[in-house]
Design a protein around this ligand. Structure first.
Ligand code: FMN
Length: 319
């Protein structure tokens, strides 16, 4: 399996996934310094001009880290672009990413050839997230360099397929970089993703319960307290099916076991203030893997823990 140079030599084969509202420069910088890819959705930088400031800060702080620690340089970072017709910032966000030559662009919801070409123009790579093999083929046809297979149990907009099913289908025809998303919360699970055929574990929800995450303390505590059975799969909040913490739905005055169907037409990723953060601010996205998250800790401690588990799992199964 071929992995681009930029994704080689990570401390752990892990990408910290982009989290709406939650991932900002503090989280991304801490992830990259800890040796895993850090990422954030461009839309988290509001207003649009803030994106330039964030990229400036991330670039400078990681360069300073690399100068001070030539023996353990930071991992590269990624910016997530939501490629949906309601995202009226896409063109300006791409221009800002071009200015800072963002090394990795993660695209969600739509595959666009011109976007892949633009990223390649400044020497970056693109990873596209998909929920099935059909979308995976489309993304590669349009020029994406790699794929993120979003399986059942992922936080936010999740797929419906078993990770075994989606990875094996994609690996029948694709040998480029492939990350697996959905409930990965331990080093053991990262190794399992590799055994299955993925190159990277794509981890979201466990990073909500870190000191650097931009989330309310109650949300972080909810991730620590929650288990797989506390996760509700619904399309009510954004029009697309996703996984959410049951307690936040109850707190919003709704019955998590009797939620009405959502409407795809309501999906809105506009850059203005009228867009959707409420759905994510009040209704807390989370994957099913949070049973493994037992405390709020720093990113550095969480990555240390993942590495210890990963090494122990290798020893346990003899690889
Ligand atoms: C609160 C929350 C917000 C998310 N926001 C985004 C987003 O803005 N863009 C995106 O591509 N994925 C987003 N995701 C999905 C993650 O990138 C990733 O697929 C998922 O978190 C992985 O599953 P896990 O949470 O079980 O680790 C979000 C997930 C969560 C939990």
């Amino acid at each position: 399996m071929t992995v681009p140079a930029i994704l080689k030599n990570l401390r752990l084969p892990v990408i910290g996934s982009p989290l709406f509202i939650i991932s900002g420069p503090e989280l991304v910088i801490a992830q990259c310094k800890a040796g895993i890819v850090g990422s954030f959705p461009a839309l988290n930088a509001r207003p649009q001009a803030m994106l330039d400031e964030w990229l400036h800060r991330i670039t400078e702080e990681l360069s300073a880290h690399n100068r001070a620690n030539p023996d353990r340089p930071a991992a590269p970072f990624a910016v997530n672009q939501i490629v949906h017709k309601s995202n009226d910032r896409l063109e300006s966000d791409l221009e800002t990413c071009a200015k800072w030559q963002v090394p990795i662009v993660i695209t969600s919801l739509g595959a666009r050839e011109d976007l892949n070409t633009a990223v390649h123009g400044w020497g970056g790579i693109t990873l596209h997230d998909v929920i099935d093999d059909r979308f995976a083929r489309k993304a590669i046809e349009k020029g994406a360099d790699g794929l993120i297979a979003v399986a059942a149990g992922a936080g936010g907009h999740a797929g419906r397929l078993s990770p075994f099913a989606i990875i094996q289908e994609i690996r029948q025809w694709f040998d480029g970089p492939l990350a697996l998303s959905g409930s990965i919360a331990t080093g053991d699970a990262v190794l399992a993703a590799q055994a299955m055929g993925a190159d990277f574990g794509y981890i979201g929800s466990p990073f909500i319960a870190t000191t650097e995450a931009n989330a309310d303390q109650a949300y972080k505590d909810g991730i620590v307290a929650g288990k797989a059975s506390d996760i509700v799969y619904s399309n009510l909040f954004t029009g697309v099916h996703g996984n959410y913490l049951r307690a936040s739905i109850v707190a919003a005055g709704m019955d998590p076991d009797a939620l009405p169907e959502g409407d795809l037409k309501t999906m809105d990723f506009g850059g203005g203030n009228g867009s959707k953060p409420k759905a994510w601010r009040d209704i807390w996205g989370s994957g099913q893997g949070i049973g493994a998250v037992t405390e709020v800790e720093s990113v550095s401690a969480r990555v240390d823990r993942l590495e210890r588990e990963y090494r122990a799992a290798r020893v346990r199964i003899g690889v």
